[in-house]
Design a protein around this ligand. Structure first.
Ligand SMILES: *Cc1c(COP(=O)(O)O)cnc(C)c1O
Length: 391
C-alpha cells in the first residue's frame, strides 16, 4: 500500500521508518562516529556523492528516521532535527539572514525567540520589527526593501491568537520574502502550514510531538534545498538532536493522532466549563465561538489543541492561590505532554518582560495558562472546581 494514500495515524506509525533485519522498531544508533571500509568510501560520503553517515553531530540514522517521519506528517520535502526548539529556531534564522537584512516578526512569540530577535539578531547587524501578525495589515506596513523573513507563531502563546496563513504567505510571496511559522501549539495533526504555501515550519518537539514531558527537541520542515543548507549550519553550530532523544521522539510521534484527539477534546470541554464558571472573567480558546478569530481558526485548523488560557475574577494573589490549590494539575511551565500543567504567565514565560510589554500582549496578573494533558476531562474539571472553590 502506498504510504501517501494512507491516513495520518498510519503515516505517523509507519512513515520514515526503515529498520533493517527483522526489527519492527528503528533502533537507537547510540554511536558518535561511523567507520568506513576504505578511503574512497569516506570521500564519497564527505563530498555527498554517496549517502552515508560520518559523525553524529552531522547526521545519524535514528535522527534521519524521525526527520523523514515528521516531513511526511507536515507534508514537507524534508526536515532537520535539533537538540531543542530554540536550537531549531536560532539555526533557521542564522541560515536565512545576514548583516543588513530586516526581519518582520510577530510580537506574540515564545520568550526565548523574542529575546533572540530583540537582543541577539541586532548584535549581528540584523534589524527586527515587531508587529501584531494576527493583523496582516501591520505585517504589510512593516515590510521594507531589505526584509528577508516574516516570522510568526499560530496559535500564539498564551492568548491563542490566530495568524491567517494563506494571506501571510501570499503577502510574503509577492515581495520574495521567506515565511517561517512556529507551529508548536498546533502540531501537524491540527494544522499544516506548508499546505498554505508557508516556506518553513519550526516546532519545539519538546511539546506535543515528543508528547510525554520527557525530552527536549526541535524540528524544522521545509524544501530539500533549504534543509540541506540548514544542516550545514547545524553541523557548525552543533545543535543536533542526540540519538536517544530522537528515538523517544520517534516513539512519541506514533501516538500523536491519539494524543491530539484527546488534547483537542479536553481543550474544548474545559474551555466550555470555564466559560460558564462564575469566578472566571475571560476564556481564550480558538475553538470557542466567542473567540474573535474562531471562523479563521475553523477554516485553517482541524482541531484547536490543548492550551486554554483564562482570567480569574480577582487579583494576582487570588490567582496564585488558585494555581497553588490545584492538585492533579501541576504547577509547571511547559505544554504538550500527557500531564496537565498550569502556570501564571506573569510568573513564568513572561516574568522577564516589562509591565508595558505585558499589557500590549494582554498578559494580566489574573491570567492562567492551562496546558491540558490526556487525563480524563471529568478529573481535570473536578480539580479546577475544587481550586476555584478555595478562592
Ligand atoms: C517551548 C517553545 C519553544 C522553545 O522550545 P524548546 O524546546 O524549549 O527549546 C519555542 N516555541 C514555542 C511556541 C514553544 O512553546
Amino acid at each position: 500500500m502506498a504510504l501517501e494514500k494512507t491516513g495520518f495515524s498510519t503515516k505517523a506509525v509507519h512513515g520514515g521508518e526503515k529498520p533493517d533485519k527483522r526489527s519492527v522498531v528503528t533502533p537507537i544508533y547510540e554511536t558518535s562516529v561511523f567507520a568506513f571500509t576504505n578511503t574512497k568510501e569516506l570521500i564519497d560520503v564527505i563530498s555527498e556523492k554517496a549517502e552515508g553517515y560520518i559523525y553524529t553531530r552531522f547526521d545519524n540514522p535514528t535522527l534521519r528516521a524521525v526527520e523523514r517521519k515528521i516531513a511526511i506528517l507536515e507534508g514537507s520535502e524534508d526536515a532537520a532535527a535539533f537538540s531543542s526548539g530554540m536550537a531549531a529556531i536560532t539555526t533557521t534564522l542564522l541560515t536565512l539572514v545576514s548583516k543588513g537584512d530586516h526581519v518582520v516578526a510577530s510580537r506574540d512569540l515564545y520568550g526565548g525567540t523574542l529575546t533572540f530577535f530583540q537582543e541577539m539578531l541586532p548584535q549581528f547587524g540584523i534589524e527586527v520589527s515587531l508587529v501584531d501578525a494576527a493583523d496582516i495589515s501591520q505585517v504589510k506596513e512593516a515590510i521594507k526593501k531589505n526584509t528577508r523573513v516574516v516570522y510568526a507563531e499560530t496559535p500564539t502563546n498564551p492568548t491563542l491568537k490566530i495568524v491567517d496563513l494563506p494571506r501571510l504567505a501570499a503577502l510574503a510571496k509577492k515581495h520574495g520574502i521567506t515565511t517561517v511559522i512556529d507551529s508548536t501549539l498546533a502540531t501537524p495533526y491540527n494544522l499544516t502550514p506548508i499546505k498554505f504555501d508557508i516556506d518553513i515550519v519550526v516546532h519545539s518537539a519538546t511539546k506535543y510531538l515528543g508528547g510525554h514531558n520527557d525530552i527536549t527537541a526541535g524540528i524544522v520542515c521545509s524544501s530539500k534545498e533549504f534543509i540541506q543548507k540548514l544542516k550545514k549550519t547545524r553541523k557548525i553550530l552543533g545543535g543536533t538532536l542526540d540519538p536517544m532523544a530522537a528515538w523517544l521522539l520517534l516513539r512519541g510521534l506514533k501516538t500523536l493522532a491519539l494524543r491530539m484527539e484527546r488534547h483537542n477534546q479536553n481543550g474544548m470541554q474545559i474551555a466550555q466549563f470555564l466559560e460558564k464558571h462564575p469566578k472566571i472573567a475571560k476564556v481564550y480558546y480558538p475553538g470557542l465561538p466567542s473567540h474573535p478569530q474562531h471562523s479563521l481558526a475553523k477554516k485553517q485548523m482541524r482541531g484547536y489543541g490543548g492550551v486554554v488560557s483564562f482570567e480569574i475574577k480577582g487579583d494576582f494573589e487570588k490567582t496564585v492561590q488558585f494555581v497553588e490549590s490545584l492538585k492533579l494539575c501541576l504547577l509547571a511551565a511547559s505544554l504538550g505532554g500527557t500531564e496537565t500543567l498550569a502556570t501564571q504567565p506573569t510568573t513564568s514565560s513572561h516574568y522577564f518582560i516589562t509591565p508595558e510589554q505585558r499589557q500590549k500582549l494582554g498578559i494580566t496578573d489574573q491570567l492562567v495558562r492551562l496546558a491540558l494533558g490526556i487525563e480524563d476531562p471529568e478529573d481535570i474539571i473536578a480539580d479546577l472546581k475544587q481550586a476555584l472553590n478555595k478562592i
